[in-house]
Design a protein around this ligand. Sequence first.
Ligand code: HEC
Ligand code: HEC
Length: 337
Amino acid sequence: MGVGRKILIGVGVVIGIAGVAAGSGYAWAASAAASKLSTTYDVHRVEFPIPFPLTAAEVDSVRAVRRAGGGSAADVTERELTAIATERAVARGKHLASSFYACAECHGQDFGGGVMVDDPAMGRLLGPNLTTGAGSRTLTYTAADWDRMVRHGVKPDGHASPMPSRDFFSMSDRELSDLVSYIRSLPPVDKTVPAVSLGPVSKILIATGRFPLSAQLHPTRHEIAHAVLPPPDVPDVTLGRHLAQTCSGCHGAEFAGGTIVEGPPDWPPAANLTPAGLSGWTYDDFRRALVEGRSKDGRPLRAPMSLLQKMAANMTEVELRALWAHFSALPPRPTPQ
Ligand code: HEC
Ligand code: HEC
């Protein structure tokens, strides 16, 4: 079961029963949820290339290779350069999708559609088909549409989407562009995924703010410029801080752990990843926790952390060391109660 699917279910059942019992409270919740979902949001219109072109240094090195092979540097055509840029972008996007940005959890391993939640209380929140096949929702998407949807939780028509975008807020333009290049390179899947239909519980959760719509988190965020490039690929705090944003949904904005607010009640609290929690840990202990799913004392880590193992297996040594550099440099903070 995917991380996304498990999130919300438990919270839903508890609040849902209370809410439905309240009757008239439910009528209020249904209309409050509908009004939150029908509000439109102003989001900046950014543009970025898909794929990102090769840098001047990369173009020079392609030309140098051509010369070394006995050809003329002038023979390298624009078309060839675009093909090489696409190939590299697809490879970077594939890496991102299999290590840090878990789109496939809800959109399916083939990106042809998947399940976030599907039960009578919560309703059906399905990840739509993002490939180029029949039933695709993204065929006409521009870079600006991808930005609004993925980094702001706002659909191209300006309405809030129920897709949780929090982990993607600080993605750079190039990372998003690389993900799009990768998704577009996948075999087309012909599948029409039904639109979201909210059950009584998700309406109550949305109305009461327990299931926050990403579009509503940090309302001032919609005008703030995004980084164009991710930090350089070196194992330092800067790259670590950037990648660790994808851990903050569970471990908290300050990484001090505690109850996972948006998770079901049967999830254990997230661990404190500041030196207060990881006291005495080495890089090898940290790496083992992620890649093998074991704590320092050998105890197997429980779900949902255990679900991250397959992503961690694809993280590079540089990325793992960067994460460790970031966590070990944080000020120690107590776990919130
Ligand atoms: C936790 C589950 C989840 C994750 C993770 C997730 N999505 Fe979604 N996504 C959804 C849901 C639910 C919708 C809304 C479906 C609807 O409106 O019918 C959605 C909608 C979308 C849409 C809008 C399609 C349309 O209707 O116009 C795009 C584009 C998209 N997601 C891209 C992505 C990308 C790229 C990633 C990874 C960076 C990602 N999603 C990660 C659940 C998820
Ligand atoms: C979906 C929620 C979720 C996400 C996302 C997540 N974690 Fe966790 N993590 C947890 C939970 C819950 C635990 C506690 C598991 C347990 O105690 O069995 C945990 C435990 C850990 C531990 C073990 C600490 C200890 O004391 O044993 C480490 C290390 C860790 N997480 C690192 C990370 C890193 C790094 C990321 C991001 C790349 C991340 N986690 C993303 C939920 C999450």
